[in-house]
Design a protein around this ligand. Structure first.
Ligand code: 13P
Length: 346
């Protein structure tokens, strides 16, 4: 296992002012995203949309890496250039989602464990040969009455560590993603406690599986009140609770922490990332690996119309730039007003 290139990749993914675009929606998830803008999900439509994202002029100024899905890493632009190569030419590092989604955890109603370890070694080798330089595996933890159970947390932490060790064996930087969902009525404090418990279990398993932390990244949730909690939290409160939880558990050897957006609006996710970075200095880079919070305005602007490609790309670049500013604690809500309005569709 050659560590140096992986360590360099991990550091490049969290380079100052840049973050990751998660464009690894599985086919059913992509169908939902497209249905929301009235577009039928076909392979050519998904390809067209992803080509729009990856060929955005200037994308490499604010986006360090893109996470692809199995279908996407095999696709090409209309002129026949494979997507990983398109990204590489823009100075963007291609990555790949390698988990197979969640399955019910037997014996634990309402809890899930992430599948995908079978055959993973061979798939990682194939993805590395196709140009992927990092990987992602997402574990999902629900908060509820008597949830999460210790068994669920351990099973997911163990799978994350098995995956991370295999990714490094194949020369790919593992992004370790234990997502504590924001669904529920719980308060911010409960999310903080669960997040710390989950991260403790994850870092214990990563150590046991000899994962080299310098060649890995963490992709956690921000510490937030449940979506249906009667009590809302301000951006500073979220930032302080998030940083406190991470400082408690995440070793300083980890080069960067790249937050998921998890259903927050694009503006909320950016404002909170900004508030988090205002609490600098921290032992790690604090960046983004947003899916919905980067793509929501792009999908709206595109609406499935080729004529809107330029407006959609402008929306992506604008959102990426604002998140780049949030990396430095330099975001201001006034910058939103410079946003590209989606063109009116008939
Ligand atoms: P969201 O930012 O939409 O949560 O997606 C990030 C991601 O990759 C989830 O696995």
């Amino acid at each position: 296992m050659e560590l140096r290139p992986m360590i360099q990749t991990a550091q490049a993914l969290v380079a100052p002012g840049k973050g990751i675009l998660a464009a690894d929606e599985s086919t059913p998830t992509m169908a939902k995203r497209l249905a929301a803008i009235g577009v039928e999900s076909t392979e050519p439509r998904r390809r067209t949309y992803r080509e729009l994202l990856f060929t955005t002029p200037g994308i490499g100024d604010f986006i360090s890496g893109v996470i692809l899905f199995d279908e996407t890493i095999r696709q090409q632009t209309v002129d026949g250039t494979r997507f990983p190569e398109v990204l590489r030419r823009h100075g963007v590092i291609p990555g790949i989602k390698v988990d197979a989604g969640t399955k019910p955890l037997a014996g634990f109603p309402g809890e899930v464990v992430t599948a995908g370890l079978d055959g993973l070694r061979e798939r990682l080798q194939e993805y590395a040969a196709m140009g992927a330089r990092f990987a992602k595996w997402r574990a999902v933890i629900h908060i509820g009455e008597d949830r999460p159970t210790a068994t669920c947390v351990e099973a997911n932490a163990h799978a994350l560590a098995r995956y991370a060790a295999l990714a490094q064996e194949a020369g790919l930087v593992p992004i370790v993603e234990p997502e504590v969902l924001m669904d529920g009525t719980h308060g911010l404090e409960r999310c903080a406690v669960v997040t710390v418990d989950v991260l403790r279990a994850v870092y214990a398993q990563l150590a046991r599986h000899r994962v080299v932390l310098e060649a890995s990244l963490l992709k956690p949730n921000m510490v937030l009140p449940g979506e249906d909690s009667p009590v809302r939290a301000g951006d500073e409160e979220v930032a302080e609770a998030t940083v406190m939880a991470l400082r408690e558990v995440v070793p300083a050897a980890v080069p960067g922490i790249v937050f998921l957006s998890g259903g927050q609006s694009d503006q909320e996710a950016t404002a909170r990332l900004d508030a988090i970075n205002r609490l600098a200095p921290q032992p790690w880079e604090l960046s983004f690996s947003f899916g919905r919070a980067l793509q929501a305005p792009v999908l709206r602007a595109w609406s499935g119309e080729d004529a809107n490609t330029g407006a959609a790309q402008a929306a992506l670049l604008h959102r990426a730039e604002l998140n780049g500013a949030a990396r430095r604690g330099a975001y201001r809500a006034e910058l939103e007003e410079l946003a590209v309005d989606p063109p009116a569709t008939s």
